[in-house]
Write a protein of this length. Structure first.
Length: 334
């Protein structure tokens, strides 16, 4: 398959997070002949039952690992293409990237290059289960090139993430007599108003920390004073989170309880001469892929269309990515 055909074949395998098995099997079967032909190895490495990573390696020591994820966000929709674009769930995030990495490896092998690997992981879109599993089994790689849609630009940095829940408690009462109750929703609204007024950190190179209120729940009925309410918030970090955590907690104060649920650190990343750069406002598996070498971040496609109903990748960027990954592997491995 050429890189466009391989991209479409991967897109057409539904692999929404927790259902990556079929895509993993396809990749294993595709890479096995390549491993056999050029003296490499390919393995399935279980992350969770019926969920596994696929790792292939050619030569030792391992200088460079090309890596991306095989899961997608919902909903699934199959591939289609035009003269210039491939459409479908995962086209740019990140099945086109996987196809470009595989074709880069095919070119490297044909040119007699060795000392590199491919790592495809499960679960990036939810909890990085595959990356955490891979971190327990580092293969001594000096560099890892992580693939996410950056329009083939090297990321100077990747924003971190801070997730937390604000939960307010109240007392139920008949809505005709609000003085007999205590509205949890009123408390939550006030807490969110205070959080919205906070000045968030900024970095001159990376930009501003941003906030999103992703979901709100609460109340029993329109004629009942609410006894509970909660909101889930997500911050994109541009630096350490300790001071931000403290300020969030103090800002909410006695109105509600703050429960921090997950933090992914902000990262500054390595660049290479000759490649344009960008700043990734999104998070990746890189913080979880410890023991796999110094990280770099690059991939074809735009993050602006990832996770949308019109997800696509430009064919020209896919072809360009194959050449870029080859050149990066050679340069980093020299």
């Amino acid at each position: 398959m050429n890189v466009f055909e391989l991209t479409r074949a991967l897109v057409d395998i539904e692999s929404i997070t927790l259902n990556e098995e079929a895509a993993g099997n396809f990749l294993y079967d595709y890479l096995a002949p390549l491993a056999a032909r050029f003296g490499g190895t390919v393995d399935r490495v279980e992350a969770e039952p019926r969920r596994f990573n696929v790792f292939a390696q050619w030569g030792e020591p391992l200088a460079v690992t090309l890596s991306t994820h095989i899961d997608t966000v919902p909903p699934f929709f199959a591939s289609s293409e035009s003269a210039t674009h491939i459409f479908g769930r995962g086209a740019c995030d990140a099945k086109g990237i996987a196809a470009a990495m595989i074709h880069a490896v095919e070119g490297l092998l044909a040119a007699g290059e060795r000392g590199f690997g491919l790592l495809f992981v499960a679960g990036e879109e939810r909890n990085s289960a595959g990356a955490y599993r891979a971190a327990r089994d580092g293969r001594g790689s000096r560099y890892i090139v992580n693939g996410e849609p950056t329009e083939n630009k090297l990321a100077l940095g990747s924003k971190g993430a801070l997730r937390y829940e604000v939960a307010a408690s109240g007392k139920m009462a008949h809505s005709a007599y609000p003085e007999l109750g205590e509205s949890a929703i009123d408390k939550l609204v006030e807490a969110l108003h205070r959080l919205h007024a906070m000045k968030l950190p900024e970095d001159p190179e990376v930009g501003a920390c941003t906030k999103n209120v992703g979901s709100i729940q609460g109340g029993r009925a329109p004629n009942v004073i609410s006894d509970f309410s909660k909101a889930d918030l997500f911050y994109r970090l541009v630096g350490p989170a300790d001071e931000l955590r403290r300020e969030i907690t103090e800002t909410v104060g006695e109105l509600a309880e703050v429960n921090f649920t997950r933090e992914t650190p902000f990262l500054r990343l390595r660049t290479l001469d000759g490649l344009p750069t960008m700043v990734a406002a999104f998070t990746t598996d890189i913080p979880s892929l410890t023991n796999w070498g110094e990280p770099l971040l690059l991939g074809p496609g735009s993050i602006h269309v990832a996770h949308t109903e019109g997800e696509y990748v430009e064919k020209a960027q896919l072809a360009e990515a194959v050449e870029i990954y080859c050149a990066m592997a050679k340069k980093l491995g020299s």
